[in-house]
Design a protein around this ligand. Structure first.
Ligand SMILES: Nc1nc2c(ncn2[C@@H]2O[C@H](COP(=O)(O)OP(=O)(O)O)[C@@H](O)[C@H]2O)c(=O)[nH]1
Ligand SMILES: [Mg+2]
Length: 379
């Protein structure tokens, strides 16, 4: 699955711009026509204008469809993001309308071209061209709301985080201000990407580091895994479910200094909720802001993003826990895999089995039936 690069979605023109661009290109095309005979020249010119404008409109629209990721092909996390940001149904509906328009504009050109073949005078060629332009404009008119929607959605989608579902992904959770973003920054090579998150007014940080050819992505969860679950709406729950889908590991940060404003008890309640919610995930509890605390508790994982204490140890833990480098022996079969020397019982009642065999016999190729016959003779 290739990750969506939302940033790369091309600009969406305004409806009138689509028409202007297409008709302009069509006039240029018609200027290229050379024919000393006026009748033939005009016929060719008008035919070219219709074809060129229809081609340009359709290509412009189809290019959008092509560059806008198909939602069904995206990770559930990306689908949830899009749903929260602009609405997945709206997304599909508007792109569907654009597709419809491209097809309509193409068939308008086709219809006009065949009508042109029947006309016998210059005026009729001009009229047909005008008529075709009118019909194409009206199609664009009909989808102008969809085009405008696309333009606005693009501006929102461009700011969404891009997460590659095929690389390890570490979800960083914890109450607000416990140091999630700061931790992502110190663990990352280079500056984390700052993206918008449709679930919060806060910015989302996506950082990464490389280890043995894998890219470990670290994502913040502002607005999702940072407050009591009773405050969630359905779309947020959907996003949490999706996080579970892409997250290989969860780091849950606890700030014992309570410097962030959420007391320890509430942080622990949140941890229990996250544990329950993401029960299939490994969760590593990390104690943040170690520089502010007298660390007398043994066995805890401490980090300080300010002094760098514990950061490399945590990185090793992440790598071990994700285990992305685990070598899988491709020749090793799963333990429940049927072995060759094991008899597998046919399914169904004896009558059903006999019937199935008879049917298989009937449809078997001749050489196979021959082979079976010989085998039975020998037995
Ligand atoms: N002393 C200290 N302050 C920290 C540390 N990590 C983060 N902070 C501070 O805590 C505040 C919240 O950090 P931030 O990373 O934005 O928290 P988030 O809301 O969980 O992403 C900021 O003022 C940080 O400077 C740390 O390790 N030590
Ligand atoms: Mg933050």
């Amino acid at each position: 699955m290739t990750p969506v690069e939302w940033r790369k979605i091309p600009t969406v023109l305004y409806p009138q711009e689509v028409l202007d661009k297409s008709f302009k290109r069509a006039s240029k095309q018609s200027d290229l026509v050379e024919d000393p005979d006026k009748y033939h020249r005009v016929r060719k010119q008008m035919a070219r204008m219709i074809q060129a404008s229809s081609d340009t409109i359709a290509e412009t629209l189809l290019k959008w469809i092509d560059k806008w990721p198909s939602l069904n092909a995206q990770s559930s996390f990306d689908q949830a993001l899009v749903d929260a940001a602009v609405g997945a149904d709206e997304y599909r509906r508007n792109l569907g309308a654009i597709q419809w328009a491209a097809q309509r504009v193409r068939s308008i050109a086709g219809e006009s071209q065949s009508k042109m073949l029947r006309y016998r005078n210059i005026e009729a060629f001009h009229n047909e061209r005008r008529h075709a332009y009118g019909r194409m404009s009206s199609i664009i008119d009909q989808i102008s709301q969809n085009i405008l929607w696309l333009g606005e959605a693009r501006d929102i989608l461009r700011k969404l985080p891009s997460i590659d579902a095929s690389e390890p992904c570490i979800v960083v959770a914890g109450a607000p201000n416990v140091g999630k973003s700061a931790l992502i920054t110190v663990l990352s090579s280079g500056e984390p990407e700052v993206a918008s998150y449709p679930f919060t007014t806060k910015r989302l940080h996506v950082g990464h580091f490389d280890h043995r050819r894998r890219t470990y992505q670290l994502v913040d969860t502002p607005g999702l895994l940072d407050r009591p679950m009773t405050e969630r709406n359905q779309i947020e729950m959907q996003a949490i479910a999706a996080l579970e889908n892409i997250g290989d590991l969860v780091l849950f940060l606890i700030d014992l200094s309570e410097d962030g404003g959420v007391d320890l008890e509430n942080q622990k309640n949140l941890l229990s909720e996250v544990e329950e919610l993401l029960s299939d995930k490994e969760i590593i509890v990390v104690y943040s802001k170690a520089d502010l605390i007298d660390q007398n508790n043994e066995g805890k994982i401490w980090v300080s993003s300010t002094t760098g204490l514990g950061v490399e140890e945590l990185r090793s833990k992440i790598i071990d826990a994700v285990d992305a480098d685990a070598i899988i022996d491709p020749l090793k079969l799963p333990s429940d895999w049927p072995r060759e020397n094991e008899e597998i019982e046919p399914i169904g009642s004896p009558e059903e089995i006999a019937k199935r065999r008879e049917k298989a016999e009937m449809h078997a190729p001749r050489w196979e039936r021959e082979m079976r016959r010989k085998k039975n003779e020998r037995a």
